[in-house]
Design a protein around this ligand. Structure first.
Ligand code: AVJ
Ligand code: FE
Length: 442
């Protein structure tokens, strides 16, 4: 079926944008999976992660389920492999033992699915169902693939052997920034009801009234975190929660993941290369328990999710909440360290153009930031289009992370975007910043 729309209509522009996003995303997936040989693709580099070839075919399978079968109403490509690539049926640790599609077949499979998607995109009417309104299902699939690309990047960071990924270093600091920012008491709009590709857990927009608080102007740096280590922070249960201390002991934590002692100092391994820990970079690869202990040692606490979002989005001049700290426009290269353009967080002060109206820096990009909050639905939440994206994870088990990392694509990162994980996890690109109550009279 061909379209009768003239070029330049809204639907035509949306179609072009979707095609461009699908292509840009697949190029990243190809980069991550072509960087290693077949043996490396099918191997499990950590029991926390899937073999890369599982992620690859899983991305194609989700695209088949949602776009080819549901949106397109087409015949299945490979109904026989649905169970293999169902994340709920196959725990990560068991995935290497499954009869997975070998690399060449996995590549052919995702190509076949993608060709069908381009074909059905040609005739799509974005008004037929809520699932395709504003291209939502396509946006969801782009974000899904980008999320798995970040997961694959974390697998690369865990893999042993010679380095295979390369990128220029992030920009150097352009301003001197540090200390805290006072966020005045009052209401702000949290979440969104209008961002067309926002996922279900970001909806709906609702008002949250917060007392005044202070929040760090930057993420906690390696230099700050090293002072916590040097002060015996890992040896003093008083800074840790009960569960946190138990985990610290059982897991033998003594520094962020990928760090080792190097003479008097520290070195870290990043994608197969060792270098000296740099003090002005945000600390990364810490779990929630470590973040909480550092904050207690510093006389502070982790921000709640609402505090993080108000600092990131609230514009005191208009009272509105922005899409991003810098405004409503999509992230540009000067705003934030996103999209795997660089392979580690940028030093603090590197993105003055990305600061929020209140002067809070590097909220988006660099490192995911742990918050104090457990993962819940916003008031009025409804699962869409499936419960297994968000709703089944609501409860006390997970903590929310905000802002995205250097490995997060711009399509999967907004001022409202919510990530979550277990408080013991630190193979993700996770850091944090601190907050505290403003106190009386401020
Ligand atoms: C939102 C990053 C927690 O990777 O487990 C991927 C995203 N959901 N496939 C995850 C996701 C289904 C999810 N996180
Ligand atoms: Fe998935």
């Amino acid at each position: 079926m061909t379209t009768t729309e003239r070029p330049g209509t809204d639907a035509e522009r949306l179609r072009d944008r979707i095609a461009a996003e699908l292509e840009r995303t697949r190029a990243r997936t190809a980069l991550l999976t072509d960087a290693v040989d077949d043996d490396d693709l099918v191997r499990q580099h950590s029991t926390l992660m899937s073999p890369l070839v599982w992620d690859l075919a899983h991305v194609g399978n989700q695209e088949e389920l949602w776009l080819v079968r549901d949106v397109g109403g087409r015949e299945p490509v490979r109904r026989d492999i649905d169970d293999l690539y169902d994340a709920f049926k196959q725990p990560r640790k068991d995935r290497p033992a499954l009869p997975l599609l070998p690399p060449a077949e996995a590549r052919a499979y995702v190509r076949t699915v993608r060709d069908k998607v381009y074909d059905l995109l040609d005739g799509i009417r974005f008004t037929d169902r809520r699932l395709v309104e504003d291209g939502f299902a396509f946006g969801m699939i782009v974000q899904h693939e980008q999320q798995h690309d970040e997961t694959m990047l974390a697998t690369h960071q865990l893999r042993a052997g010679a380095p295979v990924l390369d990128a220029p270093p992030p920009p150097e600091p352009r301003v001197d920034v540090g200390g805290e920012v006072l966020v005045p008491a009052g209401p702000f709009t949290m979440g969104t009801s209008t961002d067309p590709w926002a996922l279900d857990n970001e909806r709906p927009a609702h008002t949250v009234d917060l007392p005044a608080y202070r929040i760090d102007a930057t993420p906690v740096t390696n230099g700050q975190y090293r002072a916590f280590i040097a002060d015996g922070g890992y040896d003093q249960p008083r800074w840790w929660s009960g569960a946190g201390w138990q985990h610290r002991v059982e897991a033998g934590l003594s520094a962020p993941l990928h760090w080792r002692r190097d003479g008097d100092g520290w070195a870290y391994r990043r994608f197969g290369r060792w270098s000296a820990v740099r003090d002005d970079e945000p600390v990364v690869h810490v779990c929630w328990y470590e973040a909480q202990a550092y904050a207690a040692w510093a006389g502070k606490r982790l921000p709640t999710e609402a505090e993080w979002e108000k600092a990131a989005r609230w514009d005191p001049a208009t009272g509105r909440s922005r899409r991003y700290p810098w405004g409503d426009e999509d992230p540009g290269t000067g705003h934030a360290n996103l999209g795997q353009r660089h392979l580690w967080p940028a030093p603090v002060g590197a993105y003055p153009e990305g600061a929020s109206p209140l002067g809070v820096h590097q909220l988006v990009g660099d490192v995911w930031e742990w918050t104090a909050s457990t993962f819940r639905g916003h008031p009025g939440f409804t699962a869409f289009p499936y419960r297994e994206y968000s709703e089944v994870f609501f409860g006390d088990d997970h903590r929310v992370l905000r802002g995205g990392s250097f490995g997060t694509d711009r399509s999967a990162c907004r001022g409202t975007f919510r990530n979550w994980d277990y408080p013991i996890r630190r193979q993700i690109f996770s850091g944090f910043r601190c907050a505290r109550d403003a106190g009386d009279g401020e």
